[in-house]
Design a protein around this ligand. Structure first.
Ligand SMILES: CC(C)(COP(=O)(O)OP(=O)(O)OC[C@H]1O[C@@H](n2cnc3c(N)ncnc32)[C@H](O)[C@@H]1OP(=O)(O)O)[C@@H](O)C(=O)NCCC(=O)NCCS
Length: 186
């Protein structure tokens, strides 16, 4: 089942998406905004990664497509914990032309609806670099997530250690957000 937001669709990753994802992962600007590794990724490594993850139901990865069927990034739900009903979440909008236009908000709203209302989860969390202002606004100001803590000096980049903020949201807080914003117009 594909997952539909108001502006985007989340669908399974395809082998053909790997070159696009490799571009995102190898882009220094995007890499500087997320907490991952700083190694160049080859075509072969990227394709091997696809075969490694494509049947992994504990870590779900989605291609983000616009309504015009254009891939603009990737979102995930990782470390799905069925007993405690929680998962971590990450998001990258690769095409810079598509940033600041509400796509990120729609992805997070869609991920929350899917996680809470379809998968039966109760909690989502993510880590945000302390200087990633767009991401803090997206999660903490627009999408109802709460600041839960700080992983001090957990990421080393550009000759410096940086803090990561821990942000989280519970199902009941998502429901309160909907009462306030009526995001889905229901
Ligand atoms: C963070 C990211 C996902 C946001 O997605 P987006 O589509 O640009 O987000 P939206 O357009 O829905 O904007 C949400 C809010 O973020 C803020 N925002 C967006 N871009 C911003 C920027 N460049 N600077 C400051 N605030 C910004 C705005 O306050 C906006 O709210 P508004 O519409 O009321 O003004 C996107 O910028 C991205 O993928 N960045 C690179 C990778 C990354 O940082 N991933 C997140 C790791 S935790």
């Amino acid at each position: 089942m594909n997952i539909y937001g108001k502006m985007i669709k989340l669908r399974a990753l395809e082998l053909e998406d790997m070159e696009y994802l490799r571009e995102i992962i190898n882009d220094p600007e995007i890499e500087s905004l997320v907490g991952g590794w700083s190694f160049p990724v080859s075509k072969k490594e990227q394709e091997d990664w696809y075969y490694k993850i494509y049947n992994d139901k504990r870590n779900l990865r989605f291609a983000i497509e616009t309504k015009e069927d254009r891939i603009i990034g990737m979102a995930d739900l990782r470390n799905l914990d069925w007993k405690n009903k929680s998962a971590s979440h990450g998001l990258k909008i690769g095409n810079k032309d598509y940033r600041g236009k509400g796509y990120g908000t729609d992805v997070v709203m869609t991920i929350m609806r899917y996680a809470f209302n379809e998968l039966g989860l109760n909690r989502l969390e993510c880590y945000i670099l302390d200087y990633n202002i767009a991401s803090q606004k997206l999660y903490l100001e627009k999408c109802g997530w709460k600041l839960e803590g700080r992983r001090r000096k957990s990421i080393y980049k550009n000759n410096k250690f940086h803090d990561q903020l821990i942000a989280g949201i519970l199902k009941e807080e998502y429901e309160e957000l909907l009462l306030k914003t009526n995001y889905w117009g229901e």
